[in-house]
Design a binder for this molecule. Structure first.
Ligand code: HSE
Length: 428
């Protein structure tokens, strides 16, 4: 009889319980596809007594995930606790040091410590698999490491935080303010325990850093991701963007430039008719571009018990099958350490500002743009208020550095009331 592959599962939240449910429900299917049965030896979580909607009585219980990771009857340590530091980090290290493969959904751990853990895994001749860490149920890690292995990847982009997409979609569709849409997402249980992880772009930034490492063969560099959240987006910007045929998305973009690796996670305008512009609600979309394949669009659920556990178990089944791919698709020693480039690729920008309603104000703004080599594509003044007039400007392509100089220049004109909104228009 073929030896079963034995799991130790640390973390029994939504995803952990979902993994237990799949192992129980699909035992036959998993054994057939993996070539050997998959069993759970032991589990671990913070509170033992809680009802998680799955039967745990057949499994040993460990209070300490590190002890679980070292158990001799565990072949694969499944880390579903989350958090970039201990106990997730210590337990992952303990598992590798004890000769176990690791399957994790922990994007923060890998975004911050992924290179060191990948080195450790290789030294121990073990695997770290993390399909569930990026875009939930979408098999994007497999698509990049295996499906597109023959391509030079040119760009990776996408909407990788469902909560932010839900909030932005509700603002547009229901005319809710940011605060109202945020409260609605909170009521539905969409927000992370620390909501800043979602709305600050951090969670999505972790995911982008992991994809960029695989796509460009580089050491994972979360510190190199330029992060900007959605907290400053107003209904006004959503309406104005829609009026011009765009939608605002929290968009991640990674590409290699002559100046280094550019990784951005920020609110951007995308054409409303594009696949990314059409993405509604809490769904994720990842767009992969390769020199041979062209463009691939992957769309699906980015969170939730079933989708995330589906991705975890896909990794477990690959291990059962004997498929062994290095953590970031290349041996750790071959991953390049590259410089982070800040918005090196030029793009058009959307600017919205309140101008003092007096002679020559618009001319001063236009002069600042011209002085910084920025050409205006479209401009509109609308809806006068008591002393100011809102002005919308869409620029031709420019660099972020030139734009930042222009924004600083606006402040010196004494005709711009408050900081202007500046959003990149991404070609997708
Ligand atoms: N909070 C994330 C989201 C899911 O809203 O997409 C976990 O990364």
């Amino acid at each position: 009889m073929t030896q079963p592959l034995r799991l130790g599962i640390a973390g029994l939240g939504t995803v952990g319980a979902g993994v237990v449910a799949i192992v129980q429900r699909h035992a036959g299917l998993i054994a057939a596809r993996g070539g050997r049965p998959v069993e759970i030896s032991a589990v671990s979580a913070r509170s033992r007594g809680k009802d998680r909607g799955v039967a745990l009585g057949d499994y040993d219980w460990e209070d300490d995930p590190v002890t679980l990771a070292r158990r001799p009857d565990v072949d694969v340590f499944v880390e579903l606790m989350g958090g970039s530091d201990d106990p997730a980090r210590a337990a992952t290290q303990a598992a590798l040091a004890s000769g176990k493969d690791v399957v994790t959904a922990n994007k923060a751990l890998l975004a911050l410590h992924g290179h060191g853990l990948a080195q450790m895994a290789e030294e121990a001749d073990r695997l770290i698999r993390f399909e569930a860490a990026v875009a939930g149920g979408i098999p994007v890690i497999k698509a990049l490491t295996e499906g597109l292995a023959a391509n030079e990847v040119t760009r990776v982009l996408g909407v990788m935080n469902g909560t932010c997409n839900y909030i932005l979609t509700r603002m547009e569709d229901a005319g809710l303010t940011y605060d109202e849409a945020f409260a609605e997402a909170d009521g539905l249980g969409y927000l992370e325990a620390d909501p800043q992880l979602d709305v600050g772009g951090i969670d999505a930034g972790h995911k982008l850093a992991l994809l960029a490492a695989i796509a460009f063969g580089t050491e994972v560099d979360f510190a190199g991701v330029e992060l900007e959240g959605i907290g400053a987006i107003t209904i006004e910007d959503i309406r104005q963007a829609a009026d011009m045929g765009f939608r605002i998305k929290l968009l991640g973009v990674a590409q290699m430039t002559g100046r280094g690796l550019e990784q951005r996670m920020s609110p951007c305008l995308v054409p409303a008719t594009s696949p990314l512009g059409q993405l509604q609600g809490g769904t994720n979309m990842v767009v992969l571009e390769g020199d041979q394949v062209g463009q691939i669009v992957l769309r699906g659920p980015g969170a939730g018990a079933g989708p995330t556990a589906s991705a975890v178990m896909a990794d477990v089944i690959d291990i059962a099958r004997g498929i062994r791919v290095p953590t970031f698709g290349l041996p750790a020693a071959r991953l390049r350490k590259v410089r982070a480039a800040r918005a090196a690729v030029p793009a058009p920008y959307y600017l919205r500002m309140a101008l003092l309603d007096k002679p020559g104000a618009l001319a001063k703004v236009a002069r600042v743009l011209g002085d910084n080599g920025i050409s205006i594509d479209r401009m509109r003044q609308y809806g006068h208020e008591a002393t100011t007039a809102p002005v919308l400007i869409v620029t031709h392509k420019t660099t972020r550095a030139a734009l930042d100089d222009a924004l600083a220049g606006f402040a010196e004109t004494n005709v711009v009331a408050g900081p202007p909104v500046a959003l990149r228009i991404e070609s997708v």
